[in-house]
Design a protein around this ligand. Structure first.
Ligand code: M6R
Length: 365
């Protein structure tokens, strides 16, 4: 049932405020000042020296985002890998380490194989899953459900933002346990998280703006996505979404890499989607944008009000999101990444929910 939407993907995009709210409801303590994991306090972050996160596709980008959170908030070193690389590299698993696997379906063959490789070697096997009864959930010491509800569109949307939500909650819990965030700082972040579904609703109401930008994107053969820090994994996710459903060739780079190669691609036919809230790294991103515009590249800037004010003229399309604490920005900026891809695909008339050559769950290598 598409609930009046043209595609399951559109329905699942609009469900995000509700399912994120639901996920928060499952993990927050009654007073809202603490994160409670299912099955009690089985994960002692004071006894852990490092974390290894493994996944595929969009779930891998959720892990890349979470690396920033665990390192910055909890000062916990994190290694992230693609499951198909990890499993055959047979990496040494250090003691006092947690191995964490993220998978919507819980059945992705490479992720499951990577989990089995770590079983008995890592201190704890933790998974972040949408399907509670899945193989990955069953074979973990601790399975953390994301409460996204059934996701039908092959392009993952609400599962991604719910994965991010649960991973951020886990990072906040780790930070509290390790004493790297004060109790008040934790309570403050958690209260901002509770306000996020309402902020996402505001972004969803900008649907027409994304549709207009997408109409132009649909004319392109190639697109580049740029982001720094927490926005770098989001740029990767935006490029993957666009490729999957609109079949436009898209690549993502950390903005600082522009000069090291991809700038050679910029000409007047190259749209460049820049994801950049006004955070500590914003000025550096502005200078990357100027380099793109000086070569006639078409910049689509996704930012907030202060970013829009600070960005110079010459921007092709400006999309202004509500302001959020920079820590939460990946969850909000997932919305424009999804809506740009969605409307581009609709404009091109592709099969949004069942893109060619793709399966919802990749249970073979
Ligand atoms: O079920 P999983 O989360 O393990 O699936 C991982 C990837 O196959 C999946 O995220 C894929 O990249 C999606 N089609 C992305 O939209």
């Amino acid at each position: 049932d598409k609930a009046g939407h043209k595609h399951f993907m559109a329905k699942e995009i609009t469900e995000q405020p509700a399912v994120i709210g639901d996920a928060l409801g499952h993990y927050l303590s009654a007073d809202g000042r603490d994160v409670i994991l299912p099955g009690g306090d089985g994960l002692d972050f004071t006894q852990i020296d490092r974390m290894t996160m493994v996944a595929c596709g969009t779930a891998y980008y959720a892990c890349l985002t979470a690396k920033y959170w665990f390192e910055q908030l909890a000062r916990l070193p994190v290694e992230v890998d693609i499951a198909s690389e990890f499993r055959y590299r047979e990496p040494p698993i250090p003691p006092r380490g947690v191995a964490l696997f993220v998978s919507q379906s819980g059945e992705t063959a490479d992720t499951l194989a990577a989990l089995r490789y770590c079983a008995g070697k890592a201190e704890r096997i933790v998974s972040v899953v949408n399907v509670d009864e899945s193989s990955i959930a069953r074979e973990s010491d601790l399975a953390l459900p994301i409460h996204a509800g059934v996701e039908i569109g092959v392009a993952s949307t609400k599962a991604f933002t719910c994965q991010l939500t649960v991973l951020l909650l886990l990072a906040i819990k780790a930070a509290k346990a390790r004493g790297t965030l004060s109790e008040d700082a934790v309570a403050d972040l958690l209260s901002k998280l509770r306000g996020l579904p309402a902020t996402i609703n505001i972004a969803l109401e900008m649907d027409d703006d994304f549709k207009k930008a997408a109409r132009r994107l649909a004319e392109a053969d190639n697109a580049l996505f740029l982001g720094r820090g927490l926005m770098y994994p989001l740029a990767l996710e935006g490029a993957l979404k666009l490729k999957e459903i609109s079949y436009i060739h898209a690549e993502a780079y950390a903005s600082g890499e522009l000069k090291h190669g991809p700038i050679a691609l910029i000409d007047k036919r190259m749209p460049v989607v820049v994801m950049a809230p006004r955070d500590a790294l914003f000025d550096k991103t502005v200078s990357n944008m100027q380099e793109v515009m000086a070569r006639d590249g078409k910049v689509i800037l996704i930012t907030d009000r202060r970013g829009a004010e600070a960005a110079d003229g010459g921007i092709w399309r400006l999309l202004t999101l509500p302001e959020v604490d920079p820590v939460l920005s990946p969850i909000l900026y997932a919305i424009p990444a999804q809506l740009l891809a969605y409307h581009t695909a609709v404009a091109k008339g592709t099969d949004v929910d069942q893109p060619r050559n793709l399966a919802k769950s990749v249970t073979v290598e």
